[in-house]
Design a protein around this ligand. Structure first.
Ligand code: AMP
Ligand code: ZN
Length: 486
C-alpha cells in the first residue's frame, strides 16, 4: 500500500489510481527560455522517483506528462530579433516572431531533455507536450469558462473572474489564500492589464506589436493574442490525461497561484470538482539558506557542475538523501559525501555479483527479498528516499558480500536491480577489469624494483609520478595493486 502526502487534504493518504488501467500523472515542466538550474532539477527528479516508485513498488503502469512552456514573456523577449541570447545552434533568425520563438524554444527543449537524461530521469517514459501545440484547446477552455460566467473580456485580453467563481466554489483549496495579499502572487500581471479586481488572472493576453499571436474569436469579437500560463496546464492535462487524473506535481511555489488557478479553471470550464486527486509539491533546493534561483544568481546548471568535475548522478544521489518535502541544502561537501556513499554501494554490487558468479543467476528466494521489503516500505511511505537509502546501507552492513552464499548473492543481485530501478544511481554489472596502460605498468615495475632495493627516494619519486597520472600503487607483502583514481 502506497501512501502519499496530498496538498489538497493536507494529510498522508492511501493511494490508489482512479482507473484500473494505471496511474495518470501530470508534472509542471520548464519554461524553455534558458537551461534549467539544479534547483529546477529537483522539481523534475521528484516526479521521476515518484513514477518509479508507483511502477516498481506499487506495480502500476504510469502515464506521465510533463509540459513544456514555450510561450511566455521570457521566451518571447529572448527569441525576438536583436536578442543577445540568440545562438548559432538555433539557426538563423527570421522576420517571423512565431518561427523565431519555435527555433529558440526547440533549442532549449533539447537542452532540457538532455539534462534530464544525465540526471537519470526517465525521459522515454514521459510525454512532453508544448504549449503552442494546444492553443485551440486553450481557446476552447477559455470560451467555456466565459460561458459559465467566470471570465470577462477587457481591453483585448480575457480574465478569470475570481469573485464570481468564489460565489459558487472555493478558491483556495490548495493554499490558504489571504485576499489582502493577492498582489503578492508571482505571475498575476497586475501592472499590465485592467482588471475588475486585484485577484483576477489572465486567461488570454492581448497581442502586443511584434509578438507571436493567434487569432481568437470570443464573445463576438476577435482578440488576437496568446494564452496565459495557467490555462496551458489545465488544457493540456485535460486533453492528454482526462479529468480528474491521479497526481499533479510541481515545486511548492506552484501551489499558488499556478495550481490554484489551474484547478479553478478546470472546475469552471470542464465542470469537474477536482482536476487531480493528489497534488504533490517538492520543497526547494537552497544554497546557504536561500532558494536557488535565476534572480538571486546563486544557481548552478548541470553543465556548471560537470565543468567542476562533478558527476550528475552523484547530485541525484545527494538529492535522494533528503525527503522531497524537506528543504535540500546544496553544498559541494554534500555532493562529495554522496559520491563516497554511492561508490560504496557500487563496490558492494561488484562484490555481490562476483560472489553470485553471474549477473543473471536465477534466485527465487533468498535474503534479497529483505532488501526489497525494507526499501519498498520506506518508498511506499510518501516516497521516503532517505529512509530507503538508509535501509540499503543497513542491509549492506548486515549482509557483507563475502559472507553470502552464491545463491543468496544471486538473490541480492536481483534485489539490487529492483531497488535501483527506483534509485537509478548505480550500475548492476560486473566489476570492470582494469586496463593498465603499458607505460603505467612499466613505472610500477620500476618502483617495485627500487623498493626491493630499498632505494626509498627513487621509490617515492616514481609513486608521485604514478599519482600525477591518476594511479595509486598499493604495496602488499608479495606484490602490488594499481588503482585508477577515476
Ligand atoms: P520555472 O521554470 O521557474 O517555472 O520552474 C520550474 C520548476 O522548478 C517549478 O516546478 C518550480 O517550482 C521548480 N523550482 C524552481 N526553483 C526551485 C528550487 N530552488 N528548488 C526546487 N524547485 C524549484
Ligand atoms: Zn502547470
Amino acid at each position: 500500500m502506497i501512501r502519499l502526502y496530498n496538498t489538497l487534504t493536507k494529510s498522508i493518504d492511501p493511494f490508489a489510481p482512479l482507473r484500473d488501467d494505471g496511474v495518470r500523472m501530470y508534472s509542471c515542466g520548464p519554461t524553455v527560455y534558458d537551461v534549467a538550474h539544479i534547483g529546477n532539477m529537483r522539481a523534475f527528479l521528484f516526479p521521476d522517483v515518484l513514477q518509479r516508485t508507483l511502477r516498481v513498488i506499487g506495480g502500476y503502469p504510469v502515464r506521465w506528462v510533463m509540459n513544456v512552456t514555450d510561450i511566455d514573456d521570457k521566451t518571447i523577449r529572448d527569441s525576438s530579433v536583436g536578442s543577445t541570447r540568440w545562438r548559432a545552434e538555433m539557426g538563423e533568425q527570421t522576420s517571423d516572431p512565431m518561427e523565431n520563438l519555435r527555433r529558440f524554444t526547440s533549442f532549449f527543449t533539447r537542452e532540457f531533455l538532455a539534462d534530464l537524461q544525465t540526471f537519470g530521469i526517465e525521459v522515454d517514459r514521459m510525454t512532453n507536450p508544448r504549449a503552442t501545440d494546444y492553443i485551440t484547446q486553450m481557446q476552447e477552455l477559455t470560451r467555456d469558462i466565459l460561458a459559465a460566467g467566470y471570465a470577462y473580456v477587457s481591453d483585448g485580453s480575457v480574465y478569470f473572474n475570481v469573485a464570481a467563481y468564489s460565489a459558487n466554489h472555493t478558491y483556495g483549496r490548495l493554499f490558504a489564500i489571504d485576499t489582502q495579499n493577492f498582489r503578492e502572487g508571482v505571475r498575476i500581471d497586475a501592472d499590465e492589464y485592467d482588471r475588475e479586481s486585484v485577484s483576477d488572472f489572465v486567461l488570454w493576453k492581448g497581442r502586443k506589436d511584434g509578438e507571436p499571436s493567434w487569432d481568437f474569436e470570443i464573445d463576438g469579437q476577435n482578440v488576437p493574442g496568446r494564452p496565459g500560463w495557467h490555462i496551458e496546464c489545465s488544457a493540456m492535462s485535460q486533453n492528454l490525461l482526462g479529468l480528474p487524473f491521479d497526481i499533479h506535481t510541481g515545486g511548492v511555489d506552484l501551489r499558488f497561484p499556478h495550481h490554484e488557478d489551474e484547478l479553478a479553471q478546470c472546475t469552471a470550464g470542464y465542470h469537474v470538482h477536482d482536476q487531480a486527486s493528489f497534488w504533490m509539491h517538492n520543497e526547494f533546493l537552497e544554497v546557504e539558506g536561500k532558494k536557488m534561483s535565476k534572480s538571486l544568481g546563486n544557481f548552478y546548471t548541470m553543465r556548471d557542475l560537470i565543468a567542476r568535475g562533478i558527476e550528475p548522478i552523484d547530485v541525484r544521489f545527494a538529492m535522494l538523501q533528503a525527503h522531497y518535502r524537506a528543504v535540500f541544502n546544496f553544498t559541494f561537501d554534500g555532493v562529495t559525501a554522496a559520491r563516497t556513499a554511492r561508490a560504496k554501494v557500487q563496490d558492494y554490487v561488484y562484490d555481490v555479483v562476483d560472489v553470485a558468479g553471474s549477473l543473471h543467476a536465477s534466485a527465487s528466494d533468498g535474503v534479497g527479498q529483505q532488501l526489497i521489503d525494507t526499501v519498498g516500505q520506506a518508498l511506499a511511505d510518501d516516497v521516503h528516499t532517505p529512509r530507503a537509502l538508509a535501509a540499503l546501507f543497513v542491509f549492506m552492513n548486515e549482509h557483507p558480500a563475502r559472507a553470502l552464499t552464491p545463491a543468496d548473492a544471486a538473490s541480492v543481485v536481483d534485489a539490487l536491480r529492483v531497488v535501483n530501478e527506483v534509485f537509478a544511481v548505480i550500475a548492476i554489472e560486473e566489476r570492470p577489469t582494469l586496463v593498465v596502460p603499458d607505460d603505467i605498468r612499466a613505472l610500477a615495475e620500476e618502483r617495485w624494483a627500487a623498493r626491493a632495493a630499498k632505494n626509498w627516494s627513487e621509490s617515492d619519486r616514481l609513486r608521485d609520478m604514478l599519482s600525477a597520472s591518476g594511479w595509486t600503487m598499493k604495496d602488499g607483502k608479495d606484490g602490488y595493486t594499481l588503482e585508477s583514481a577515476k
